[in-house]
Design a binder for this molecule. Structure first.
Ligand SMILES: Cc1cc2nc3c(=O)[nH]c(=O)nc-3n(C[C@H](O)[C@H](O)[C@H](O)COP(=O)(O)O)c2cc1C
Length: 190
């Protein structure tokens, strides 16, 4: 019996290398976790380490692994972290040009509680398309952990390595778990 299943979607930015921190946090709280990666994220990941910890293959394409399932498992919550400038803009527009983006679109469409943790420098974050993307995602009910209220701000260009060390993996999990619990409670009262 688990408390829930966390679908993690990893994009191509430095903190992707530390995604085992999020998996470990989920496992410590008696959740299961699985990782989907964008094609760019694959270069950042230690696949054997992730797969051993999570107990499932990292998905990055439509091709199912031998013995694996094609369809998405039922997820209690989704955490997209690190979320790149590129993928945040794409998710807000509903683009589905790779397996990870298609999965995200479908999970959001199923109203699975979704948390986005951007890892974007301040020069990119100031662009109007990005600010609109964040606003549109929030309008859709997605929890974007960005801004003073989340104590997580875009970093100055070139300072990504320092910021990577304090990436808010635990907050991401706790936010997802809280919203999953709320969704479950609401469903029980319907
Ligand atoms: C070493 C390296 C570090 C990068 N760091 C970031 C980053 O911190 N934030 C970001 O938005 N993009 C970063 N990028 C650029 C993204 O990887 C690039 O925009 C890519 O197209 C993102 O694809 P994805 O959104 O499908 O993962 C980085 C690229 C490289 C090679």
């Amino acid at each position: 019996m688990t408390n829930g299943h966390l679908q993690i979607v990893v994009c191509g930015a430095g903190p992707a290398a530390d995604v085992t921190k999020l998996i470990s946090t989920a496992l410590d709280r008696s959740w299961t976790a699985a990782v989907t990666a964008t094609p760019s994220a694959l270069d950042f990941l230690d696949l054997p380490a992730i797969e051993e910890l999570a107990g499932t293959p990292v998905r990055s394409s439509y091709r199912a692994s031998p013995g694996g399932r094609r369809s998405l498992p039922a997820a209690s919550a989704v955490v997209i972290a690190p979320a790149t400038y590129n993928s945040i803009n794409k998710i807000a527009l509903g683009l589905a040009d790779n397996y990870a983006m298609t999965s995200v679109s479908e999970l959001i469409g199923r109203h699975i509680p979704t948390v986005v943790v951007p890892f974007v420098n301040a020069a990119l974050a100031t662009r109007l398309p990005f600010r609109r993307a964040v606003a549109n995602l929030r309008d859709e009910g997605i929890h974007v952990l960005l801004g003073p209220e989340h104590k997580w701000e875009p970093h100055p260009p070139g300072s990504g390595n320092d910021r990577q060390r304090v990436f808010p993996w635990t907050t991401a999990f706790e936010t997802a778990a809280r919203h999953a619990h709320e969704a479950q409670t609401q469903a029980q009262h319907r």
